[in-house]
Design a protein around this ligand. Structure first.
Ligand SMILES: NC(=O)c1ccc[n+]([C@@H]2O[C@H](COP(=O)([O-])OP(=O)(O)OC[C@H]3O[C@@H](n4cnc5c(N)ncnc54)[C@H](O)[C@@H]3O)[C@@H](O)[C@H]2O)c1
Length: 450
């Protein structure tokens, strides 16, 4: 067994994860492959115009690309050259047939497994990096080992990084999880993968479990995080109705050491490619095993999230004299969170569509996500995309701040107010601006949970 690593899938997971693994394991060759040539070319671009934006990612890639990290479309060559095969292909929510709208679409995973089997030239360890439903590894092992010339051991090594802090999370993880069969060959394979991480992660933070626990843990961890967001957002609505302040409530609730302060920030709801998909997947799993009450419980987390975005538009509607038609609204931020250009499942997308239904004249500004916003909204005519915030607000009736980009609080809010139509409204859905200062300038200010 050689020490080389291939990762199939050069996306938000494959790219950053493998860059850090290569940096911390200079004696291993790491090859990241993808069927998307455009993406691979961007990873290889001379001027480092990488296909995704993550703070510090470009520095890591500059350090290791061409030394022991390579990006390629040659899947066959890479599988032949490496005995450890990570798979980080996409697993979107299935939109057809059985489990539509809930289950994971495993077609990319299965075709990858079949490719690995076709190209293999020796025994391989297959490592699930994608988030997959419980027992996928067993199904994959059955496909791979059926009439096979070589032995394939399938492990689960779910990734817990968060976009926006991916490099930091990879360098200083809370924990690394490697699940595998509890057989002698399974345990040997687990140890091979543990060794990769042990190059920089303390051994006590590298947890090993059976393969199904590992698969379920990833879904459970995301469901717990999503549930906290929905819980605080459910309290936010009540705060608005009663005069309580959600930030005050969250601060005191989070001071309880049993609860903790993180992930208690009220806002426009969670986004990103993972939370909704993974909670829906958990709902589907519960339903499949006849656990209908558990399924309903988790479904409530997703419903609450959708409701939060509807509530934002309802409040705007009410505050803007019950008509939004032909009014100009500028959305500040389209990425699902700060420090990423990722717009998958972004709350801003839902709010933009609800506003478009009301015939609002929409302008979208975002420092990193405008190209993705254009693609996401391509079916809607008339949206203006503007990088410069000051131009975006000219003549606007309202601003809806959707992403908490760090520089937004220090914009020249007087200049912005002066160029807007009056009354000028700002809805800070992240509660990140200085509301008192904005009121002094003359804005009508709306917040979440206040
Ligand atoms: N994005 C995150 O923050 C995050 C965090 C933890 C886990 N995950 C999980 O990781 C997985 C990947 O997510 P992502 O955000 O990186 O997705 P992504 O869409 O950014 O990347 C997936 C890549 O796989 C490639 N691909 C698909 N089929 C292929 C094939 N047969 N051969 C080669 N390449 C193929 C696609 O072209 C794409 O570039 C998902 O299961 C996701 O749930 C993502």
């Amino acid at each position: 067994m050689n020490r080389n690593i291939v990762c199939i899938g050069a996306g938000y997971i494959g790219g950053p994860t493998m860059a850090v693994i290569a940096k911390m394991n200079p004696d291993r060759k790491v090859i990241v492959v993808d069927i998307n040539k455009e993406r691979v070319d961007a990873w290889n671009s001379a001027d480092y115009s990488l296909p995704i934006y993550e703070p510090a990612l470009v520095d890591v890639v500059k350090e290791v690309r061409g030394k022991n990290l390579f990006f390629s479309t040659d899947i066959e060559g890479a599988v032949k050259e490496c005995d450890i095969v990570f798979v980080g292909v996409n697993t979107p929510t299935k939109m057809f047939g059985k489990g539509a709208g809930r289950a994971s679409d495993l077609q990319y995973w299965e075709s990858t497994a079949r490719e690995i089997k076709r190209f293999a030239n020796g025994d391989k360890i297959i490592v699930e990096k994608s988030t997959l439903p419980v027992r996928t590894a067993a199904a994959m092992e059955a496909i791979l080992n059926d009439h096979a010339d070589y032995e394939f051991t399938v492990l689960s090594n779910p990734e817990f990084l968060a976009e926006g802090t991916a490099i930091k999370d990879l360098l200083e993880p809370d924990r690394v999880l490697v699940g595998g069969p509890q057989t002698p060959s399974g345990i040997a394979a687990i140890n091979e993968v543990v060794d990769i991480y042990a190059a920089w992660v303390a051994r006590e933070k590298i947890l090993t479990t059976n393969v199904w626990s590992a698969e379920l843990t990833k879904l459970a961890a995301n469901a717990f995080l999503a549930q906290r967001v929905s819980s605080i957002n459910a309290i936010a609505g009540l705060c608005e109705a009663t005069g309580a302040d959600v930030d005050e409530v969250a601060k005191v609730v989070g001071a309880d050491s049993r609860i903790g302060p993180k992930f208690l920030k009220a806002g426009p709801g969670f986004g990103g490619s993972c939370f909704k998909k993974d909670v829906l997947n958990l709902v589907y799993l519960c339903e499949s095993f006849g656990l209908h009450t558990a399924a309903e419980y988790w479904m409530g987390v997703v419903k609450m999230n959708d409701h939060q975005q509807e509530r934002i538009v309802s409040r705007l509607f009410k505050e803007m004299f019950n008509t939004l038609a032909n009014k100009k609204i500028a959305l500040f931020g389209f990425a699902f969170k700060a420090d990423t250009g990722d717009t998958r499942e972004t709350p801003a997308g839902t709010v933009a569509r609800l506003l478009a239904d009301e015939h609002v004249r929409l302008t979208i500004t975002d420092p990193k996500a405008l190209e993705n916003a254009k693609k996401d909204m391509a079916d809607l005519d008339g949206i203006v995309y503007e990088l410069d915030e000051y131009k975006a607000v000219e003549g606007a009736d309202a601003i809806v701040l959707m992403t908490d980009w760090r520089h937004y609080p220090s914009l020249d809010w007087q200049k912005i107010f002066d160029s807007m139509r009056k009354p000028a409204l700002i809805f800070d859905t992240r509660n990140c601006l200085d509301g008192a200062k904005l009121k002094d300038i003359g804005f009508k200010v709306l917040n979440i949970g206040k």
